[in-house]
Every structure is written in C-alpha cells, then in structure tokens.
Design a protein around this ligand. Structure first.
Ligand code: AMP
Ligand code: GLY
Length: 416
C-alpha cells in the first residue's frame, strides 16, 4: 500500500514504525515528518493542515490511504476534503472530530448517549463561573472549551487560581467547570469505521511534568501498557457503555466517526467515567500500545477508512510489558529551549528491546537538534515492567541533551 502519514511527532513516528513491521511492504510518505521519521519514510514538504494541498497531493500521487496523526488537520477539515475526493482516510471529518475540539459538544453527545461522565457546568460569565465553582466543590476542575494543547485544564484546590485560569480562557470562549473524578486514569483507543468498533489495549499516561505527579500538565511524559490491575471485563464494559454508544450517537446525527476514538477514562468507585475524548491516537500512549500490536496495522486502518471493519482480523496484542519515557527540553512545558544538540542515539541503536521515536528533531548538517518541547520517546518492551524499565532508563543514560528532563517513575508502580 502507498500510505501518507500526516504529522510530525513521536506518535506519527511510532505509527510509521508499526506500518514497517507489517508483513506487506508499504511505500510510506510523511508530511511534514521530522529527522527520525526521515529514516523510515519519504518526507513530503506540505502543510498537513491545508485540506486542498493534502488532497491534491494524495489524489495525484495515487496514495491508497492517508493516516491523520494530530488533531489540527482534523479540525481544519482535511479528512472531509480527502473523503470527498474519494481518497481513503483514517481520521474523522471535522464535524465528528468536534468530540475532541469542543468539550461542550462532547458533553452534549455523552448526555444524549447516556455515557457516564462527571457533572459539568458550561459558563460564559463571572457570575456563572462562581456559581459553578460553588456547586462543584474542591478540587476544582476548570477546562477551556477548544483545543489548548493540553494546557487548557487546571485541577486545583485554590479558588483564586481556578477563577484566574477560567477568567483567562473566558476571553476566548466558554469554559467548563467539572466535577472532580477520583481514581486511576486509563486511555483506551477504539478503531471505528463509523458504525463498528474494535478496541486496542489499555494504557496509562503520565500527564504531569515531574515525578510523583508534581508540576504542570503536559502533553504526556510517559506511558505503559498493559494495565494488569484492571478488571478482566474492563474493555468489554467500556466498549458497551461508552465507545459504542458514542459512535452510534455520532452516526445517528449524520456525522459518522471514522478513525481513532480515544477514551480518556477515570476508574471511580462508581464505575468508569469519561474525562475526555480525542479524535486521534494519543501521544505517548500510542508508543506503548503499538509496541505490543502483533497483527498488521495498515489492513486494520484501511478497513476502518473504507468502512468494512468486519472484514479484517481484530487487533492482537502480545503479553509483553511496554513503557515509554519522554525526553523533554529544558523549560518544557512552559518555555522549552530548542536548537540544542542531541548525542548518543547511535549507542542505543543495537538494543533490540529499545525503540526511539522522534518527537521534535531536525538535522543541521550532521548535528541532530531538538526542535520542540517533547523531543524523543524512548520505548522499551520486556517480559516484566522491571526489565522494560531497565532497558528504557539504561538507554536514557546514554542519550544527552543539555538541560533536558524526563520522569524517572514511569511504570514504577508496576514494580513491586
Ligand atoms: P484533559 O485535557 O481533559 O485530559 O485533562 C487533563 C488532565 O486533568 C487529565 O489527564 C486528568 O489528570 C485531569 N482531569 C481532567 N478532568 C478531570 C476530572 N473531571 N477529574 C479529575 N481529574 C481530571
Ligand atoms: N497523551 C494525551 C493525549 O494524547 O492527548
């Protein structure tokens, strides 16, 4: 298959690495990619969020399948344009992607589909805000409505901080105040062809910047999979009570969701509840989920894109333990310092338990430079989380990037 992957992060690099493990050999293109991706795919210099440019390229280059990695092209309508032109695309139209882009829309869909989630108040004035905070109680959960790259959510005990955060985002639109949900978080992905769904394997993300869940929220600093502590019926329950009802509701509204439905969940004492949906693969959870995928990826995503998901074998996962640790630039997430050299990657290339996915890198002559906040995802697998942690942290010891930081406690809770 000739496959175009849109995006430039470690998620897209991981998707490409998984496609390359398929038994069938694919021709893989990436736009815009990064230095790491350029070793595994042909780079195409086009703006991935421009519907016209992407569609013209895909149609004239005989691309069989476009896989959309990040949310920005989805919200910009890139999938709409491709679908209209008859190009198979894995990624929802913008109307369905609003499940991620608008938290108020997601709440509306969940209410209509009777999906368990926290209570929420949509506010647009200071008075509504203060009333909602009084009703929700502490800890306060305040969310911007719209994409804010993981920075729009504040969870705090401090009323003044909650008001300040909400007041900032109220300048841009509505704000959501939400009931705080207590319990471990789980990310569970579903591949959907608009009507049918198949689950991937659950993962846990580490959203805070520093060890012990200290510091600001980030896009994600690490993840592990599987989650042996989940009930054996967890995936079936989420499929039946959350994912399928949402897919049915969107189909019923005439906006079928074709792509990856990311369910962000909290396992509470009263059952599993939704904190958010995303309309795309999660980053860094994809790194650990796909590390365990044993069945081929391209046929699965192509079957979804062409609306015949029943025609392909359901995804199979290994029993291996997988974890990923994100190496971040100094100052991430607030003000990442970029342009510094990365050294040592060649020294980990020989370790078969370790894979490196590039998140923000570029070549400057023969120097590899960090070009963003999250720079690399170090992915390791092993027979136990202990072994996988040894491999991942052993590799990190050999990689240097001035001022960089990473969490040392990824999957530590899985090691007795
Ligand atoms: P979100 O961008 O909605 O995933 O929120 C970012 C992070 O804030 C989540 O990963 C949770 O750790 C936390 N969070 C969001 N909503 C809630 C909630 N209702 N209760 C508890 N924690 C939450
Ligand atoms: N890791 C969280 C996300 O992809 O949104």
């Amino acid at each position: 298959m000739k496959i175009l992957v849109l995006g430039a992060g470690a998620r897209e690099h991981t998707i490409i690495q998984a496609l390359r493990r398929d038994p069938e050999k694919h021709e893989i293109l990436a736009a815009p990619g990064n230095a790491g991706i350029s070793a595994d795919a042909e780079i195409v210099a086009l703006n991935p969020s421009n519907p016209k440019v992407v569609t013209e390229f895909a149609a004239t280059s005989d691309v069989d399948l476009v896989i959309i990695g990040p949310e920005a092209p989805l919200v910009a309508g890139v999938a709409n344009a491709l679908r209209k032109a008859g190009v198979a695309v894995f990624g929802p139209d913008k109307e369905a992607a609003a499940i991620e882009g608008s938290k108020a829309f997601a709440k509306d869909v969940m209410a209509a589909a009777n999906v368990p989630t926290g209570k929420a108040w949509t506010v647009s004035t200071q008075k509504e805000l203060k009333d909602a905070l009084k009703q929700s109680g502490t800890p306060y959960v305040v969310k911007a409505d719209g994409l804010a790259a993981g920075k729009g959510v504040l969870v705090t005990e401090d009323l003044d901080a909650a008001i300040e955060h909400a007041t900032f985002y109220l300048q841009h639109g509505e704000v959501l105040v939400e009931e705080f949900l207590q319990g471990p978080e789980v990310s569970l992905f579903f591949v959907s062809d608009g009507r049918r769904i198949v689950p991937l394997s659950p993962a846990q993300d580490y959203k805070r910047a520093y060890d012990d869940d200290e510091g600001p929220n980030t896009g994600g600093m690490g993840a592990y999979s599987p989650l042996p502590w989940l009930d054996s019926n967890f995936v079936d329950t989420v499929t039946a009570t959350i994912a399928q009802p949402v897919i049915d509701e969107l189909a019923g509204r005439g906006t079928p969701f074709i792509g990856l439905l990311y369910c962000g969940l909290i396992v509470t004492d009263e059952g599993t509840k939704v904190i958010e949906f995303n309309a795309r693969f999660g980053d860094p959870e994809t790194q650990v989920v796909l590390a365990r995928l044993e069945s081929p990826l391209a046929p699965l995503l192509y079957a979804a894109a062409t609306e015949v998901l029943e025609s392909v074998e359901p995804p199979r996962f290994s029993e291996q333990c997988a974890l990923t640790v994100v190496l971040a630039s100094e100052g991430y997430p607030e003000n990442p310092v970029t342009g510094r050299e990365i050294h040592g990657l060649d020294t980990v290339a020989g370790d078969s338990q370790v894979t490196i996915a590039h998140a923000a890198t570029a070549w400057d002559g023969s120097d590899l430079l960090a070009t963003g906040g999250r720079v690399l995802s170090i992915i390791a697998t092993g027979p136990s989380f202990d072994a996988a942690r040894d491999s991942a942290y052993g590799a990190l010891d050999k990689i240097s990037l001035e001022g960089s930081h990473y969490r040392r406690d990824i999957a530590l809770r899985m090691v007795s």
